[in-house]
Write a protein that binds this ligand. Structure first.
Ligand SMILES: NC(=O)C1=CN([C@@H]2O[C@H](COP(=O)(O)OP(=O)(O)OC[C@H]3O[C@@H](n4cnc5c(N)ncnc54)[C@H](O)[C@@H]3O)[C@@H](O)[C@H]2O)C=CC1
Ligand SMILES: O=C(O)[C@@H]1CCC=N1
Length: 275
């Protein structure tokens, strides 16, 4: 039989199979890992049974899941991290790589709660991983070798793009690309509401908005043009676009984005201290 599993990750344990855990797991399965390469754990037995039924993966307790794992991916909420680390720490294999995707949780936080010398990597992914269009940023901890950064990157490449970054950038990255899909969905909601306000059927307003977003994102990605250039091309002198943009400027929408994203980064930095 053809060997499709990238061997570097070895057996992967996923702890916490909620929104992001499932996105990552399904990305791995779509990109060559087999159900037998994965051990999955979730606090909710119903959730675990559902994932076992849909993906054919093996569901276990956290301690059982990590016992034979070469790579452990932790995808629980930051508030659940300490209890989980205490539970699995004694069961980790000596040369394991621990990859955490929890917002705000630093590699130092993880290293302090895991056996001395454990290799950890901090990763910030986002939900478009569900459709293989994720954006992940990977940072190594003190004991994580370059080859292990590559293993963490390989895991994330299963569902999108990956950047290796210094850890000091992670709070800003969490605020931009980690939380970013929510800001875009929020803008989309507002545009659809505006269409409905103008009398369009909701389905029509939705189709117009979603395709416009998709087209604009594709232009940004494929042309490599600066967004200002692309925006100016839409704005005819004395026309509709510039009239709308003046309203956005009057309502300080750009300043609101700056404030909002700054607040998200501050919140990310707070999460390691358990607030
Ligand atoms: N949702 C998002 O857009 C993103 C989330 N993240 C991070 O990913 C992590 C997970 O977030 P979501 O998937 O949104 O949350 P979620 O609440 O959907 O999933 C967390 C899962 O962990 C399970 N869990 C909690 N404690 C556990 C334990 N001790 N053992 C096993 N399973 C346990 C829960 O039952 C739940 O299914 C968070 O740390 C978050 O900061 C990172 C990037 C994006
Ligand atoms: O809202 C949160 O805390 C997580 C991290 C990035 C996206 N969702």
């Amino acid at each position: 039989m053809e060997e499709t599993n990238p061997p570097a990750t070895g057996l992967v344990a996923l702890l916490g199979a909620g929104v992001m855990g499932e996105a990552l797991m399904s990305g791995l399965l779509r990109s060559g890992w087999r159900p037998a390469d994965l051990r999955v754990s979730d606090r909710s037995p119903e959730r675990l049974a559902d994932l076992q039924a849909r993906y054919g993966v093996t569901g276990l307790s956290p301690a059982e899941a990590v016992a034979e794992a070469d790579t452990v991916v932790i995808a629980v909420k930051p508030q659940d991290m300490t209890a989980l680390l205490d539970e699995v720490g004694p069961h980790l294999r000596p040369h394991v790589l621990v990859v955490s995707i929890a917002a705000g949780i630093t590699t130092a936080f993880l290293e302090q709660r895991l056996p001395e010398g454990t290799a950890v990597a901090r990763v910030m992914p986002n939900t478009p991983a569900l459709v293989d269009e994720g954006m992940s940023a990977v940072s190594p901890g003190a004991h994580c070798r370059p080859a292990q950064v590559e293993i963490a990157s390989e895991l994330m490449r299963g569902c999108g793009k990956v950047l290796a970054v210094p850890e000091k950038q992670q709070d800003a990255i969490t605020a931009i690309s980690g939380s970013g899909p929510a800001y875009i969905f929020y803008v989309v909601e507002a545009m659809i509401e505006a269409g409905v306000l103008l009398g369009l059927p909701r389905a029509t307003a939705t189709e117009l908005t979603v395709q416009t977003l998709y087209g604009a994102a594709t232009m940004l990605k494929e042309t490599g043009e600066h967004p200002t250039v692309l925006r100016e091309r839409v704005s005819s002198p004395g026309g509709t676009t510039v009239t709308a943009l003046r309203e956005l400027e009057d309502h300080k929408v750009r300043a609101a984005f700056l404030r909002a994203i700054e607040a998200a980064a501050v919140r990310s930095a707070e999460l390691s201290s358990g607030q």
